[in-house]
Design a protein around this ligand. Structure first.
Ligand code: DQA
Length: 144
């Protein structure tokens, strides 16, 4: 099965951005790790990163013609602002896991609300980049 991994704004800076919060692992490391883990789990992992809300919306729409069965998304700051990304997931009925590297609940109050959590299959926060790997393992079990 195909799984789409989406990383939102500023996650291209992973490894150099606020390393005390987000760690030293780069996005390329995260993505290559997920592709390898997917291979072991029998999943084809597709990766996408964008700093643009509309590009993320269109990438979600595109899954309709690709046979993507599940998504894993770290929406970055769009977590806390984007009705459009929420509507895109509902619009194509694509199940997804929401992942945050940091524990958003112990940070600023504006990070406590997510426009996605109540329609997500599951939510990870505070596991560092390992959260992506734990989420992919969960997705594999759901698709089995
Ligand atoms: C984040 C948390 C968000 O609040 C923040 O805007 C990010 C990253 C995380 O992975 O912890 O860009 O989603």
């Amino acid at each position: 099965s195909k799984v789409l991994v989406i990383n939102g704004p500023n996650l291209n800076l992973l490894g150099t951005r606020e390393p005390h919060i987000y760690g030293a692992t780069t996005l390329a490391d995260v993505e290559s790790g997920l592709v390898a883990q997917g291979g072991e789990l029998g999943l084809e992992v597709l990766c996408f990163q964008s700093n643009h809300e509309g590009a993320i919306v269109e990438r979600i729409h595109q899954t309709r013609s690709e046979g993507v069965k599940f998504a894993l998304i770290n929406p970055g700051a769009y977590t806390h602002t984007s009705v459009a990304i929420r509507d895109a997931f509902n619009g194509v009925a694509l199940p997804f896991v929401e992942v945050h590297i940091s524990n958003v609940h112990k940070r600023e109050p504006f990070r406590h609300h997510s426009y996605l959590s109540d329609i997500a299959e599951a939510v990870m926060a505070g596991f560092g980049t390992m959260g992506y790997n734990l989420a992919l393992q969960f997705i594999a079990s759901k698709l089995r």
